[in-house]
Design a protein around this ligand. Structure first.
Ligand code: ADP
Ligand code: MG
Length: 351
């Protein structure tokens, strides 16, 4: 990735540490004030992502994954949305405390977002080449000719066949997978430091899903970007993510390096999600699906929000919110990067 004057002139991160994460979310809360009451969508989320790292944010629909991302991107509906508490640190600086102009420099330029639905994100009456080129014309002041050349280069990069011939085509002339590649190209255009991809392959066929995911992972490595990959599907992240944060009712309930979570989950919710992944060797068998529904965020149950659905629920679970604690081996050795917000994480991982 090119080093621009802007990045070179960044003030030293606080503490002067070189290992300040690219992005760090601290104790983020987001609520929506509605006629029915206050929807507590995000309730103290903490996560971080480093350059070149992929964080997968996982959880059922309604767990607050997208709202967290919208807060990062500054695209929350405010009102009714509100951020009563929390920090969003980009290279150590809190975006929530920046001036609007400082924020604008980061969002869009340094952080880009890819959405699930390319068709509604692209303008149907403009050619994809024009829309890609616009990034360069608007942000870099490129001429029309330059912008078109760069658009073709980007389309090549995301492996759209015959890019030069198709640069004038309209969104509807591309397949769903190709349109999602165009969205990736759009996100890459300004060489951001961080990409947030919100269910980027959910609308695609399974085989196309894998191709788009592989492409995203490859480009991320090449550009050494940070990637936040939001998904409800544990199956799609195993090969591309470095670490996973599992969300439930607006909280992180488990976090771990990706391969460890598959081997030894430390939260009953994660365990349930893992058991819900269809497996080729068990075709025809009924899938374990977690019983019940996620809570209504207008009235999150007291104690552990998962307790009404948890097969191992005890009295303490209904009474006390379990904090996210460090997960250890049986002998007390800390497991790097692992945390669980379950009163009975020991029984879950070692039991
Ligand atoms: P997901 O994990 O599926 O991405 P979201 O982050 O989109 O979930 O949503 C979390 C919760 O926030 C949901 O209950 C949703 O209804 C609520 N929510 C999101 N946007 C709004 C809004 N503009 N007004 C009221 N509630 C909202
Ligand atoms: Mg979502």
């Amino acid at each position: 990735m090119t080093i621009t004057e802007e990045t070179a002139a960044q003030p030293a991160p606080r503490d002067g540490a070189g290992d300040v994460p690219l992005l760090e979310v601290r104790d983020l809360h987001v609520e929506f004030h509605t006629r029915e009451g206050v929807v507590k969508a995000v309730n103290g989320v903490n996560y971080s992502v480093a350059a070149g790292e992929t964080l997968a944010v996982l959880g059922e629909s309604g767990s607050g994954k997208s709202v967290t991302a919208q807060a990062l991107m500054g695209i929350l509906d405010m009102p009714p949305g509100r951020i009563p508490q929390g920090e969003i640190l980009f290279r150590g600086q809190d975006m929530l405390k920046m001036s609007a102009e400082e924020r604008r420099k980061i969002r869009g330029r340094k952080i880009a977002m890819i959405f699930q639905d390319a068709l509604s994100s692209l303008n149907p009456v403009l050619s994809v080449g024009f829309q890609l080129g616009e990034m360069f014309r608007v942000h870099l002041g490129s001429s029309r000719k330059e912008a078109k050349a760069k658009a073709i280069e980007l389309m090549d990069r995301v492996r759209i066949p015959a890019a030069a011939a198709r640069v004038g085509d309209y969104p509807h002339q591309f397949s769903g997978g190709m349109r999602q590649r165009i969205m990736i190209a759009m996100a890459l255009a300004l060489e951001p430091d961080l990409i947030i991809a919100d269910e980027p392959t959910t609308a695609l066929d399974v085989t196309v899903q894998a191709q788009v995911m592989d492409l995203l992972a490859e480009l991320q490595r090449e550009f050494q970007m940070g990637l936040i990959l939001i998904t409800h599907d544990l199956g799609v992240v195993a090969d591309v993510a470095d670490k996973i944060a599992v969300m439930y009712a607006g909280r992180i309930v488990e976090q771990a390096p990706v391969h460890e979570i598959y081997k030894r989950p430390a939260h009953p919710y994660t365990k349930g999600l893992l058991e819900s992944i269809p497996r080729l060797d068990q075709k025809g068998q009924e899938l374990y699906a977690i019983k019940g529904l996620p809570p209504n965020l207008l009235r999150i149950p007291g104690g552990c929000a998962f307790s009404p659905r948890c097969p191992h629920v005890q009295d303490i679970c209904r009474a006390e919110v379990p904090p996210l604690v460090q997960v250890t081996e049986q002998d007390g050795t800390e497991l790097t990067g692992r945390g669980s917000a379950c009163h009975f994480w020991k029984e879950t991982i070692h039991g």
